[in-house]
Write a protein that binds this ligand. Structure first.
Ligand SMILES: [Zn+2]
Length: 437
């Protein structure tokens, strides 16, 4: 226990608020509605020096600088700091008036203290608080808090520098819809680039590296071109979806890297073909779109379920549907879909690869008429054969990228739609970029 004394009230107040971090001392306080207001004096060691000629100025007057600080006992805190101003008396200097340096208190031009900017970042990135919640805590507007977050994150990115991209050996590329407002930014899509190195090594989560406007080969190629030759040389594996543009960009900019088409997209592709086939056969046999009671419509979800997860009731239902001769195309497409899932699920990578190779070769060799969907699937898988099979050697999957996409989506919804892609990119990096706060 410290020795009990009777310190001046100012010392008590300065200790509680830790004003030493700010370079000010408290001289008065008042409650202004929800907000607590503290009047402060700047702690100075004599008159300030002219920023132009570095000579001591002559005191002229004082102005008040208002900054928002970290909330205290659940209430917004505003500091009103008396700021001395000086005249430069140096003959050869063209600076007339300057204010005392307050860089310890806040960054030049900012309306929050430095530690308040840190508080905003932690509330958003660590506590997953919404901007609205933080705005309420600080007694400031949504735009102000978002502006602080963007500027402070930009500074973090700048401080992290190129080191942030060191040691990246596996990247994932995917598209993400960030804006549902059509207009300036083309179709509202961005290309999301993630670092999957730690995931593939089994050592940690994926992290967001960057996002760029558009979902084209040019978007990805442009981003890769802006990176250093060292970065490009270090990337060994690129995981991606079936979009040919990303593949072209990767093979052009990273000729030595292995491209991997990831299982999620292959299975999604096969599943989509299965749906198309079911809808086509439904139309052919009953002459209308699926409605409740139609046999194919009733099993639409069961068809997409992995065989091992089916209940005996669901299995029976499928058997009944497949027993009807007019449903043969659905059954064949379903078998291929299940074989693809089984290949990926196999514990033995080599066996999984063999299984999937067989599927691709089968579809390539000859798909009977009446199986248009499988024929299309076969052409896509054959064209991307190397990328599809590369998964079994490298295990790089965009699954974690999809997870980051989910978090970006939540962020976008919380923000009630970002109007500005630059802000969205920065905020996304704050949430998913694993920056050191
Ligand atoms: Zn001067």
């Amino acid at each position: 226990m410290p020795q009990l004394t009777s310190p001046p009230a100012q010392v008590v107040a300065d200790t509680i608020i830790r004003t030493v971090e700010l370079g000010v001392r408290i001289v008065d306080a008042a409650l202004a509605g929800e907000t607590t207001v503290l009047w402060c004096d700047l702690i100075t060691e004599g008159p300030g020096r002219c920023p132009n000629c570095n000579l001591t100025g002559a005191y002229r007057d004082s102005v008040e600088r208002r900054v928002t600080d970290v909330p205290v006992v659940g209430h917004p805190l505003e500091l009103r700091v008396r700021l001395p101003r000086y005249r430069c008396v140096h003959d050869g200097c063209d600076r007339e008036v300057f204010a005392h340096d307050t860089s310890r208190l806040a960054r030049p031009g900012w309306s929050t203290t430095r530690r308040c900017a840190g508080f905003v970042l932690r509330r958003l990135a660590v506590d997953k608080a919404t901007v609205s919640a933080v705005a309420r805590e600080l007694g400031r507007s949504w735009d102000t808090v978002n502006g602080i977050a963007v500027a402070a994150t930009r500074e973090l990115l700048l401080n992290a520098g190129p080191a942030r991209l060191e040691g990246v050996g596996v990247i994932g590329v995917d598209e993400h819809k960030w804006s549902h407002v059509l207009g300036r930014d083309a179709d509202g899509f961005v290309t999301v680039i993630t670092d999957l190195t730690a995931v593939v090594a089994g050592q940690g989560p994926a992290r967001l590296l960057d996002m760029v406007p558009g979902r084209s080969a040019a978007a990805m190629a442009g981003w890769l071109a802006e990176r250093s030759p060292e970065f490009r040389a270090a990337v060994e594996i690129v995981a991606m979806d079936g979009f040919g543009g990303y593949k072209n960009a990767a093979t052009t900019a990273l000729p030595d890297a292995v491209t991997v088409m990831d299982p999620f997209h292959v299975v999604a592709l096969a599943g989509a073909k299965l749906d198309l086939c079911r809808q086509r056969v439904q139309q052919d046999t009953l002459g209308h779109r699926g409605r409740s009671g139609d046999p194919l419509y009733r099993v639409r979800r069961t068809l997409r379920t992995r065989t091992e997860l089916l209940t005996s009731r669901q299995k029976n239902r499928l058997e009944v549907v497949f027993a009807a001769e007019e449903h043969v195309a659905v059954e064949v497409t379903w078998r291929i879909y299940q074989q693809i899932i089984a290949a990926y699920a196999d514990d033995d990578r080599q066996r999984g690869k063999t299984l999937l190779t067989r599927v691709i070769d089968t579809l390539r060799a000859a798909v009977p008429a009446g199986l248009e969907e499988l024929a299309t699937l076969g052409r896509t898988l054959h064209r991307r054969r190397d990328d599809v099979l590369a998964y079994f050697t490298h295990r790089a999957s965009n699954g974690p990228t999809e997870a980051i996409n989910g978090r970006l989506e939540a962020l976008r919804r919380n923000a009630l739609g970002f109007r500005n892609l630059i802000n969205y990119r920065i905020r996304s990096l704050l949430h998913c970029g694993s920056l050191a706060l």
